[in-house]
Design a protein around this ligand. Sequence first.
Ligand code: RP5
Length: 162
Amino acid sequence: MPKVAIVMGSQSDWPTMQNAAKMLEELGVSYKAQVVSAHRTPDLLADFAKSADDNGFSVIIAGAGGAAHLPGMIAAHTHLPVLGVPVKSRTMNGLDSLYSIVQMPKGVAVGTLAIGDAGAANAGLMAAQILATSDEDIAEAIKTFRAEQTSKVLENQELELP
Ligand code: RP5
C-alpha cells in the first residue's frame, strides 16, 4: 500500500512532479501518482481527499500551476499533511502558482515548497521525512542520501575556468 499520494492538476505537470516521484524512489518510499484537477474534476478531488486516509495514504503531495487551488482544496477535505508544489506556469513563471498555494487561511495548512523541479524533489524528501518519524528504514535512507550529497559537494570543491 503506497503511503504517499502524488497528485497534480494536469498531465502537463508530470515533468515537474516526477521529481517528487524520483526522490521517493531513491529513498525506497512507495507512492501512487495520478491527475486530479481542482477545476476540471472537482468531484474526483473531493472523493480522493475524503478517502485518502481510508485508502492508506499518510502524506499527500499536490502540484499545480496557475490558479493552483488543488493543494488547498485537498487540505480542506482531509486531516492528512498536504505538501504543495507550485508548478512553473507558462505566463508568470510559477509566481501565480506560488501565491495561489502559499497564502492559506489560518486553520487549514498546506506546506508549500519552492516553484518547480526543486520544490517537487523537496516535497518528496519532506514526505519521506514525515514518514521517517515512525519508520527506521526510511530514516536510514534519508541519512544515507544526505551523507552522499555532502560527500559529492566536498569532492568537487575546486573550480576551474572552462
Ligand atoms: C493547472 O493548470 C494545472 O495544474 C496545470 O499546471 C495548468 C495547465 O494545465 P493544462 O492546460 O496544461 O492541462 O490546473
